[in-house]
Design a binder for this molecule. Structure first.
Ligand SMILES: [Zn+2]
Ligand SMILES: [Zn+2]
Length: 332
């Protein structure tokens, strides 16, 4: 489907701030997807130019006429998204959030996020599968319990030694696993959180102007399911301390925690990600959740500016000692 402005015919994009399609040409807004030509994914529905590399894409911008259109056959794919969490703020706001977060870092290179409109930041609807995961754990511990009491002038301490058996059952709904090879990066997991309340039924209107992709593999994929299960296992292990509350000298002698990610009700979901790749002073990747603003990544540091700073400081020290010597010279 082609997103054409009903007023001027230009290609429209979804504006998170307006909750509507916006025409970058004339400012016209539309809450509904304008009726447009069907896009077969092979040729541009506006100018007829051939489209390339559309296999995994849900949306495409024609390299000739710059029109945005959905790749309609891919929207019918069995792995096509059923849910989406729309972007809640635009690139400009994303840029400000990154700058705010790195505000305290000195010597930020001048070229870092140099463009005020945030155009250097990529907006991507990243494909995720969400799984319901059940986890089970069995633990054994040697533990001690100490009790002190006073009889006459003497304080006695009893040490009771126990062998503890503990079992845990846990279930997790909608554990998200990103389903795109190029995004598989620990930092994206740290920045993108799945919150069921923010997820809505998929509507292609959100895709206008933003790259969006199909999952690379189906929900049955072993690797995806293992990642969801591993996440559940580490969540269970992280709460292990609670199992031995009240005991001292706890020593674990056995642990078996395993989890199973169920693919039968896994849902294909698009989550909004801002990505800023900064090449300079080492490669730096910053990811941000496009709804919550949660961010991960590291900031670069301009070593030239650090050096300049220290040179100036050294010069100041030199100057002030020269001044002190000067004063001393006068006094003597
Ligand atoms: Zn227009
Ligand atoms: Zn075109």
């Amino acid at each position: 489907m082609l997103y054409t402005c009903s007023a001027c015919g230009a290609s429209m994009v979804y504006g998170p701030e307006y909750h509507a399609l916006v025409c970058p040409q004339c400012g016209n807004t539309s809450e509904k997807m304008p009726a447009g030509a069907v896009s077969d994914g092979k040729t541009c529905a506006a100018c007829g130019a051939p489209l390339q590399n559309t296999e995994n894409r849900l949306v495409f911008q024609c390299t000739y006429c710059r029109s945005w259109m959905t790749i309609d056959p891919n929207l019918q794919d069995q792995n096509a998204p059923k849910k989406i969490r729309p972007f809640a703020f635009g690139r400009k706001a994303a840029r400000e959030k990154i700058l705010d977060a790195f505000d305290h870092i000195p010597f930020m290179p001048k070229s870092f996020l140099a463009e005020a409109d945030g155009e250097e930041i990529e907006a991507i609807y990243a494909p995720f599968w969400t799984y319901d995961v059940s986890a089970e754990g069995r633990y054994e511990y040697d533990a001690e319990e100490q009790r002190s009491y006073t009889a006459g002038d003497t304080t006695h301490t009893d040490h009771d030694v126990y062998h503890l058996y503990r079992g845990v059952e846990a279930s997790f709904d909608n554990v998200p696993v990103d389903a795109m090879e190029s995004l598989q990066d620990p930092t994206i997991d740290a920045s993108v959180a799945y919150r069921p309340d923010d997820v809505t039924d998929f509507d292609p209107v959100y895709l206008a102007g933003t790259d969006a992709f199909l999952p690379e593999k189906p929900a049955e994929d072993e690797g995806y399911r293992r990642r969801a299960a591993d996440w559940a296992v580490s969540s269970v292990l992280a709460k292990e301390d609670r199992l031995t509350n009240g005991y001292s000298e706890v020593r674990r002698t056995y642990a078996d925690v395993h989890a199973h990610a169920d693919e039968t009700n896994a849902e294909s979901t698009l989550l909004p990600v801002y990505r800023y790749l900064y090449k300079g002073f080492g490669d730096h990747k910053i990811y941000m959740d496009g709804t919550t603003g949660r961010m991960s990544g590291d900031a670069p540091c301009d070593r030239g500016r650090v050096l300049a700073h220290y040179l100036i400081e050294a010069a100041c020290v030199l100057l002030s000692s020269a001044a002190v010597i000067g004063i001393l010279g006068v006094l003597l």
